[in-house]
Design a binder for this molecule. Structure first.
Ligand SMILES: *[C@@H]1O[C@H](CO)[C@@H](O)[C@H](O)[C@H]1NC(C)=O
Length: 605
């Protein structure tokens, strides 16, 4: 300010000399600024500047108007209205703050910063390439087929990759790309669908999660308006006799408002993974109905927690029709169950601890998992790692561990570390580290540097507290002979790679990201870099990245599958990018990430 007034004074009539001096100064300054700008642009140094500008910029001056969906799901008649008075999101007791989650990071030396920034730029380049390929060849389709250069719809045809990528574009500072995508979102019609059934789980985590987080980050109104349209569609999935949600919404029946029928059996993750998104929608709109819809689900799991064959854990299949979450003998943290458990501590964080049931559910499942599901695998160099397996409880009540795991299960290391901080249990942060190292081990063991989708190892001993075990080659040979799926090219310690694919999944880098942010140990960044190089190289195509049919091969390159899942940009590349970003970008003390890596702002922060 003082500088401006001095300039004005000099420009007063009569001060000709001063005026011409000022003119020269202005010209020189303008020239220098232009040169600096061009230089910065050319050498990419503007990236972090751009990033900061984007993270700080508010809503647009001329907000986009959404094109209203052809069905107003909020106005469809409800056949089974809620029986209870609206309650809404509970508020935490005054002054009750949750513990800090992230490590305290010190000042970064210039050399370290340079290395980290170089890595971050490598991730950014790959993300740009993937997005550009989607934009050119599969615009507004659900997913890109990178080999046939086409698009494919498999999630209702509402541009799943586009909606799923919004917040990644924002976080990476790709503002033009973000603006273009938001304009496309404004035109999505949630009143028409490419299939006659809408899967409530996928719609919730990818679409609703994507819209909510993009709104939380950018403040663009149109994103919240579209989130409400979609939230109302999901809400219509609760129009059932017992107010429990269906797994798939029959589109025609929902439109008619004639009420839906809950399936008898569903995987537990399906009803268990609606909580975070519906809660955030209530928080952002002030409308209690979304939270009120999911509160009975939490209540049901809470009541059943100690009544199952493995108290603390839930069977993989549950019945929302019979409101039975306790009968059944198959237990896993993998596919079908995973995000049910993931959302207990994350809901605890989003509600700032306001519902003590979530802390109990978290504590209960962690203790049971440590006792029953985790095992130390027998590996040639006797590494101190943990793997999460599957348990079947027989009719006689005896739990039987199958040392089988899958890529999906790799989220659990990160969830343990996060919950460990939230519940003030450093011991569980350490268990999280050992679980994460288990997945990192499985990546490094294969010649491609990538872990297969599903595999078996040999359990040394059950339980997180198991003693160290010694490599015993004869035992490995004996175990692998029991497995018809064993193949001679598998690395030592593995007895199957039942599903040898890698479909661009994020869970391993997700846990590495959590470990880095929570412990501050930079060795996790080096682990992440090795993973990134293997994955980026193995999945590369002329356009974007493609899933791999077999990562156990020793011949390079591994065979490609013609498919780029929407979670590649939404999750995998986002976690890689965040591991190599300053730790206050999407701090875990300000955001909680849904199971599709969409950050929601934590109200207490
Ligand atoms: C289940 O058992 C645990 C451990 O004994 C206990 O802390 C928790 O409150 C129980 N849950 C319910 C719903 O009673």
């Amino acid at each position: 300010m003082p500088r401006v007034s001095r300039l004005r004074r000099q420009l007063r009539p009569g001060g000709r000399l001063a005026a011409s001096w000022v003119k020269t100064a202005v010209l020189v300054t303008a020239f220098c600024l232009t040169a600096l700008y061009l230089f910065a642009r050319h050498f990419g140094a503007s990236e972090s500047v751009r990033l900061e500008r984007h993270m700080n910029s508010g809503p647009l001056l001329h907000p986009l108007k959404p094109v209203k969906s052809s069905v107003d799901w909020g106005a469809v008649q409800c056949h089974y209205p809620p029986r209870q008075e609206p309650k809404g999101v509970p508020r935490p007791p005054r002054g009750a703050a949750l513990p800090r989650i992230q490590a305290r990071f010190g000042k970064e030396p210039a050399k370290v910063r340079k290395k980290r920034e170089d890595r971050r730029k490598s991730v950014l380049r790959l993300a740009r390439r993937s997005w550009d390929s989607y934009r050119i060849y599969a615009w507004k389709k659900d997913a890109l087929q990178p080999l046939s250069r086409a698009g494919k719809d498999q999630f209702s045809g509402w541009a799943a990759t586009l909606v799923d990528s919004l917040d990644t574009l924002w976080i990476m500072g790709l503002r033009d790309e973000f603006d273009e995508a938001v304009a496309a979102v404004a035109e999505i019609d949630f009143g028409s669908c490419t299939s006659h059934r809408v899967n409530i789980f996928e719609t919730n985590i990818r679409y609703l999660g994507g819209l909510l987080s993009a709104y939380d980050l950018s403040g663009r109104k149109v994103l919240l308006q579209k989130a409400v349209e979609l939230g109302d569609l999901i809400y219509s999935g609760f129009d059932t006799a017992n107010r429990m949600p269906v797994d798939n919404i029959d589109f025609a029946a929902a439109k008619a408002g004639s009420g839906l029928v809950v399936e008898d059996t569903v995987v537990s993750a399906s009803p268990g993974t609606l909580t975070l998104e519906m809660t955030r929608l209530s928080q952002l709109t002030g409308d209690p109905k979304y939270y009120d819809a999911i509160a009975p689900i939490v209540e049901l799991f809470y009541r059943g927690q100690n009544q199952t064959a493995l108290p603390g854990l839930f069977p993989m299949f549950v019945s929302m029709l019979r409101e039975d979450v306790t009968t059944g003998g198959t237990f896993t943290l993998g596919g079908g169950a995973d995000s049910l458990y993931e959302y207990f501590p994350k809901m605890h964080a989003l509600l700032s601890g306001a519902d003590p049931k979530l802390e109990t559910l978290t504590r209960g499942f962690m203790d049971a998992a440590k006792q029953h599901l985790f095992f130390r695998p027998m590996v040639p160099d006797n590494d101190d790692i943990l793997i999460s397996g599957n348990v079947n409880v027989d009719a006689d009540g005896a739990p039987r561990l199958d040392p089988e795991t899958e890529h999906l299960t790799c989220f659990i290391g990160g969830t343990f570390a996060l919950a460990g901080r939230l519940l003030r249990s450093e011991e569980d942060v350490e268990v999280g580290a050992r679980l994460t190292r288990g997945c990192v081990y499985a990546y490094q063991a294969f010649a491609t540097g990538i872990m297969p989708e599903r595999l078996n190892m040999v359990a040394c001993e059950r339980g997180a507290g198991a003693e160290p075990c010694r490599w015993d080659e004869d035992k490995w040979v004996a175990e692998r002979e029991k497995r018809p799926e064993y193949k001679p090219h598998l690395p030592k310690g593995f007895t199957t790679a039942k599903d040898p694919r890698y479909i661009l999944r994020p869970e391993a880098i997700e846990s590495v990201f959590y470990m880095y942010r929570i412990t501050g140990d930079s060795r996790w960044q080096d682990v992440a870099w090795n993973m990134f190089r293997a994955v980026a190289k193995g999945t590369a195509t002329e356009l974007g990245s493609a899933a791999l049919l077999d990562v156990t091969v020793s011949k390079w390159p591994p065979p490609l599958d013609d498919y780029m899942e929407s979670f590649w940009i939404a999750e995998t590349l986002k976690y890689f990018y965040l591991v190599f970003s300053p730790p206050d970008l999407i701090s875990l003390d300000e955001y909680v990430l849904n199971t599709e890596a969409h950050p929601f702002r934590r109200p207490a922060a």
